[in-house]
Design a protein around this ligand. Sequence first.
Ligand code: GDP
Length: 308
Amino acid sequence: MKKTSKIYVAGHRGLVGTAICRNLATDGFENIITASHSELDLCSQLAVDDFFAKHQPEYIFLAAAKVGGIMANSSKPVDFLVDNLRIELNIITAAHKYKCKKILFLGSSCIYPKLTKQPITEDALLSGSLEPTNEWYAIAKIAGIKLCQAYRQQFELNAISCMPTNLYGPNDNFDLTSSHVLPALMRKIHEAKINNKKEVVVWGTGNPLREFLHVDDLAQACLFLMKEYNSPEIINIGTGSDLSIKELAELIKNIIGFDGNLVFDTDKPDGTPRKVLDVSKINNLGWTAKIPFREGIKSTYKWFLENN
Ligand code: GDP
């Protein structure tokens, strides 16, 4: 990928897409193309085909997806399955048709079975049943991986797939009905503090273990893989360390400066008990996450205060 290469970032307004654009710009890439939802409906095959015919991108970061936290995922199965299948199929098919040089597809750690050996190695894919709270999204993402592998095998399209762990950072979704846990707790704890509340409700038991990666680390990993990785095999991106939801809530409380109590609403689902990725494959290739968790949460909170 040259500094002048034509690079299309699909999903450039989301958490991941904004970070990829930011990091591409910082690294001197000057020919980045994007299209907002009103300019290009990625669920429309015709619109995507027209866009590719017109722009002929050389490299593609496929970061567009319908995403959401545990409640959104389990309550809107059609949206998560159909929209994601359409987006992937339209873009990957067009990447082949218009002879793009390389495409990076972003999957998710939720493609792995609910109860699998931890930390999760890449070979756990399709070795067991999925976590029911996000199986619709997971099935669509698994189809995306298989599309990449199929296009590589049959047509030699240089399509690679990476599996990021739970992400956080600037431009995250802070809407409490659809967000993931980290931005949700940040917002709830912030609002409890400014409204002098005595407690904050945390969904589930607080026991599930999760790993979190700052989205700027993810973006650097994506650039690294676009330059260095050319294999049909999926590759994990994460930190390799996890903590409990209770520990996460305590950490955010400490950073925000809220000294009320945490109340656990066990009517809400816990989801998968533990999700931490084995990242030895990408580490051995020469990439590791750099942003310390506490620093990442502090800068994300600063962004939240300035933007919400
Ligand atoms: P998951 O990693 O796919 O399970 O998705 P989430 O990030 O939505 O949830 C992770 C864990 O955090 C689950 O055990 C949730 O029950 C828990 N959790 C605690 N409080 C919240 C909250 O306010 N919002 C969300 N989304 N999850 C929460």
